[in-house]
Design a protein around this ligand. Structure first.
Ligand code: NAP
Length: 242
């Protein structure tokens, strides 16, 4: 059976991506950290698309949890194969660099960057054996442009952009593409502290984006039709930065 693994799939952009990939016919492995209630709601929405959904709760910043939960799932499912991996889980802990705590720095880097590394290293083996796979990393405008109070977040996303381009060159011959999607301001829990009215005049399309607008781009990059697109960063930001 073919699966798509979406990290941080319970809420926001990851939820929309999971539903989009389910519409494309993928069975979904839905990772989340702690919000089981939301994960169950998203699981039910995926199942409405007549595919399977399995919840995999683990902290993407923990190598131990990744190897235990995801590693065990892979070992126990010899007949199944994760064809699409979307590294989406991420957190914001904004602060000016001079006041930034060790915890604010490490938790943001560990969640985005270490999560990308440990999960992708596990999942890519199956793709290379099958000679087909799609990896999409959800990064950010902040990783392209840099945003004040986000040195931790900008650094983690910029690092993943570099890793996306490097990994794409390692695995292109084996039918595996690796791309990144860089959203601008998207209406989710992560941006609920930001007032859209204060920011929208900066955005050419004059509004925040929706999780579904990001999900459609991820869905395209995850499709067989995107086979000649790799090592790219696609912005979904209403024209805010190019
Ligand atoms: P969100 O609404 O805050 O949702 C975050 C999701 O990630 C939840 O499913 C959460 O799980 C999960 N998560 C957080 N930390 C995790 C961890 N350590 N291990 C496993 N899962 C974890 O965020 P979002 O706005 O959808 O953002 C999704 C991605 O898009 C992030 O990488 C973010 O950096 C990026 N992004 C967002 C925006 C934006 O404007 N929203 C813009 C640019 C980029 P629980 O439900 O269990 O907490």
């Amino acid at each position: 059976m073919k699966f798509a693994l979406v990290t941080g799939g319970s809420r926001g952009i990851g939820k929309a991506i999971s539903i989009r990939l389910a519409e494309m016919g993928y069975n979904i492995l839905l990772n989340y950290q702690s919000n089981t209630e939301q994960a169950e709601i998203t699981k039910a929405l995926i199942e409405e698309k007549q595919v399977k959904a399995e919840l995999l709760g683990f902290d993407v910043s923990s190598k131990k949890e990744i190897e235990e939960v995801l590693g065990n799932w892979i070992d126990a499912h010899n007949e199944d194969y994760i064809e699409v991996l979307v590294n989406n889980a991420g957190v914001r802990k904004d602060n000016l660099l001079m006041f930034m705590t060790d915890e604010e720095w490490h938790s943001v880097i560990d969640t985005s960057l270490n999560g990308f590394f440990y999960i992708t290293r596990l999942v890519i083996k199956g793709m290379l054996v099958k000679k087909y796979g799609r990896i999409v990393n959800v990064v950010s405008l902040s990783g392209l442009k840099g945003l004040p109070s986000q040195t931790n977040y900008s650094a983690s996303k910029a690092a993943i952009i570099g890793a996306t381009k490097a990994l794409a060159q390692e695995v292109g011959r084996r039918g595996v593409t690796v791309n990144a999607v860089a959203p601008g301001f998207i209406n989710t829990d992560m941006t609920k502290d930001l007032n859209e009215k204060d920011f929208k005049s900066l955005i050419p399309v004059n509004r925040f984006g929706t999780p579904e607008e990001v999900a459609h781009t991820v869905g395209f990059l995850a499709s067989p039709e995107a086979s000649y697109i790799t090592a790219q960063v696609i912005s979904v930001n209403g024209g805010l930065y190019s």
